[in-house]
Design a protein around this ligand. Structure first.
Ligand code: PLP
Length: 363
């Protein structure tokens, strides 16, 4: 057994630690924005049936083009999309990695608007792409002007917009996305990725970047089954874009990257999309309840269109994090001064969190 330091790893990986939120076995886990509801039993049985069928031909490689899954995803997204516009991988993290492999790399740059999803900088790093940290305005909001200005002055090859934004919850208007696309178009002609991981929780379902795909061949709209779909453990993320973009992503994917089990399970889940999404309204209700009750506790709550809430006004967020954990409740300290982030859970999980917090803050 040798030490990591003794291995001839890449210089840019030296001294680094693997990324990942704590995975602790606690009664109330509200730290990684999962849908905390179990999937319906009838859907679970259908998934098992399809996976059982897949096992009978598991001696063969799976469909490398995952055509049936791409068709099912296109049907789910609508917006006149078909399988030729769809890509998928093992979580949208892998979709993002494919994007960086195809459009980033050494000598190229990617821009994110921080604080935003921390995987953007990490995947940039892993693919040798320079990460440019652009800034947000007051209360983490973005405007078309702020976006345009920073794209024009930094000339990135990839721009990432998270809508709504993680970890802040901030909604993003379509005018911001249009402005980003126009600015990129006139500077580097680069790729605009809109990460809609939480789109199903948005107040206005019509306000999706899918509406902007037509005539914008460099626009990629990324989605995931990990959040609203309650399918995080299955690892399925996907995107919609011009068919030429899909051709580009084929150049960097490993052959057969989506297993036959993954494809079968995802197809079954999508065949029941309405049932799979049945808890979304309830989660939104619990989110809004948290916004109201955190505000009543005198905390500074940021507006959220996702299934989580960022709240500030804490003198010692780490002490509050630890005190919640001691009561079996796991939230997230995302490193923004004075704040914590909490996922909207079931009614009883959300109640447990709010009751514990009230007690800890002695209010
Ligand atoms: C959770 C999350 C994802 C999803 O990641 P998966 O790999 O699909 O589980 C993507 N983007 C953002 C902003 C997220 O918060």
């Amino acid at each position: 057994m040798t030490n990591l330091e003794d291995l001839p790893i890449r210089d840019d990986l030296r001294g680094r630690t693997p990324y990942g939120a704590p995975q602790l076995n606690v009664p109330v886990s509200l730290n990684v924005n999962e849908n905390t509801h179990r999937i319906p039993e009838a859907v679970a049985l259908d998934i098992i049936e399809r996976v059982a069928k897949a096992v009978l031909s598991i001696n063969r490689y799976p469909d490398r083009e995952f055509t049936a899954l791409r068709e099912a995803l296109a049907d789910y997204l609508k917006h006149n999309l078909d399988a030729s516009h769809i890509w998928a991988a093992n979580g949208s993290n892998e979709v993002l990695q494919h994007i960086f492999q195809a459009f980033g790399g050494p000598g190229r740059s990617a821009m994110g608007f921080d604080p935003t999803y921390s995987m953007y900088a990490l995947i940039a790093q892993g693919s040798g792409t320079k990460y440019i940290s652009a800034k947000r305005g007051d209360r983490f909001e973005l405007t078309p002007e702020l976006i345009t200005e920073q794209i024009i002055s930094n000339q990135p090859n990839i721009v990432l917009l998270c809508s709504p934004n993680n970890p802040t919850g901030t909604p993003l208007s379509l005018s911001c996305i249009e402005a980003a696309y126009a600015a990129l178009h006139q500077s580097t002609g680069g790729i605009l990725v809109v990460d809609e991981a939480y789109a199903e929780f948005s107040a206005d379902q019509g306000e999706t970047a899918l509406n902007l795909l037509e005539n914008r061949p460099n626009l990629l709209v990324s989605r995931t089954m990990s959040k609203a779909f309650a399918f995080a453990g299955a690892r399925v993320g996907y995107l919609a874009a011009d068919p030429a973009v899909i051709d580009a992503l084929r150049l960097v994917r490993l052959p057969y990257h989506l297993s036959a089990f993954t494809q079968a399970a995802a197809e079954a889940a999508l065949a029941h999309s309405a049932e799979m999404l049945a808890t979304v309204d309830e989660i939104r209700y619990q989110r809004d309840r948290m916004v109201v009750e955190l505000d009543e506790l005198g905390l500074d709550v940021y507006r959220s269109d996702a299934n989580f809430v960022l709240f500030g006004g804490l003198n010692d967020p780490n002490a509050v994090f630890e005190a919640l954990l001691a009561r079996g409740i796991l939230v997230r300290n995302v490193g923004l001064p004075g704040t914590l982030r909490v996922t909207a859970g079931t009614e009883s999980e959300t109640t447990a969190f709010l009751v514990a917090l009230r007690e800890i803050l002695n209010r």
